[in-house]
Design a binder for this molecule. Structure first.
Ligand SMILES: [Zn+2]
Length: 329
């Protein structure tokens, strides 16, 4: 089986995992032996995605031709997700592994790279141009304690929060599926085209929703700087962040927090937005000091259970947009 063209080099920053390497290799070997168990017997391709929203996108492209599962449990923050041996066994059995990439699932990406299983691994964000923070946005230049990513310039991995960039995820997945399953090419192309149509419709809907917020109130304080691409697309300003970085796995300093309180007062921003997988404690503390609202159920990286209002990628962006509009209007 040849590797898909789209399986470009990993760009995730390396975290020291040398200690885990022997374990990973042993696990990968065990995974090969265990091959042919569970879900793999229905003749369909087995696709494993890191997050549920990537799995949902892949399902939309693959249709009936693949069984798609995801690794990171609902409500778990992918920035700090630590894979277990069973997660690696699941990827060892897969025909295709889909990551977001750009440093989102840094520990999982490193372990997969070290394990060097047979399955092609693609990064859905491959080829997208990372944004640079706008003037006035919270900077992350190594002031926060224990931050070992800042020196090498952190890439913002949250491309998917702009549905027009998610279109690129879909075409990357489509091309990878065609590469490993050429017999399904027509179906993958049809499915992808229909789904891209839905993404463009979602984009128009979000723009119309944001347009209902008064221009002066189109500003955000995030728990971590997750909404850069979203803000760029829909004309919002990110004026502050509890964690002044693009990963929630960092820790703000006392000075960062004092500056944020001053920023909230100076800008008149109306709310702080926290992902459901993050600790809302510091955000609540800032809100308590400044009297603004905390919205702590954004779905930035993970879907809800079915029927929970954010069970698909499209529902997730609609949910978040509704929460943002309710708080800022
Ligand atoms: Zn994030």
């Amino acid at each position: 089986m040849s590797r898909p063209r789209t399986g470009r080099a990993f760009v995730a920053p390396t975290v020291g995992l040398a200690l885990m390497l022997p374990l990973v290799l042993a696990v990968a070997a065990a995974g090969v032996i265990a091959c042919g168990g569970e879900a793999a017997d229905d003749g369909r391709l087995q696709v494993v995605a890191s997050t549920a929203f990537l799995a949902d996108m892949a399902r939309n492209v693959a249709g009936e031709r693949a069984a798609v599962t995801s690794l990171i449990p609902s409500g778990t923050d992918p920035h700090v997700f630590q894979p277990t041996p069973s997660h690696l066994r699941e990827t060892a059995r897969a025909d295709l592994v889909v990551l977001n990439g750009a440093g989102l699932e840094s520990q999982l990406a490193d372990m997969l790279r070290e394990a060097r299983g047979d399955a092609p691994v693609i990064e859905a964000a491959a080829g997208l141009e990372p944004r640079t923070p706008r003037p006035g946005e919270p900077a992350h230049e190594g002031e926060s304690g224990g931050d070992d990513h800042a020196e090498d310039g952190e890439v913002d991995p949250h491309f998917w929060l702009d549905p027009t960039l998610a279109v690129s995820y879909v075409t990357t997945m489509r091309d990878a599926l065609i590469e490993i399953d050429p017999a399904g090419a027509d179906e993958y192309r049809r499915n992808a085209e229909a789904y891209v149509g839905e993404l463009h419709e979602l984009d128009r809907w979000i723009a119309a929703q944001i347009a209902t917020i008064a221009p002066d109130d189109r500003q955000l304080v995030m728990n971590h700087v997750s909404h850069g691409y979203y803000a760029d697309r829909y004309g919002l300003r990110i004026v502050g962040a509890v964690i002044p970085g693009v990963s929630s796995g960092e820790t703000p300093s006392a000075r960062d927090l004092a500056e944020l309180v001053a920023t909230v007062r100076a800008t008149g921003v109306k709310a702080i937005f926290v992902d459901i997988g993050e600790d809302p404690g510091l955000g609540r503390q800032i809100a308590g000091e400044t009297g603004i609202e905390v919205v702590d159920d954004l779905r930035v990286h993970s879907l809800s259970e079915p029927g929970g209002g954010a069970a698909t990628y499209i529902e997730m962006l609609r949910h978040d947009t509704q929460r943002i509009v309710e708080a800022l209007r």
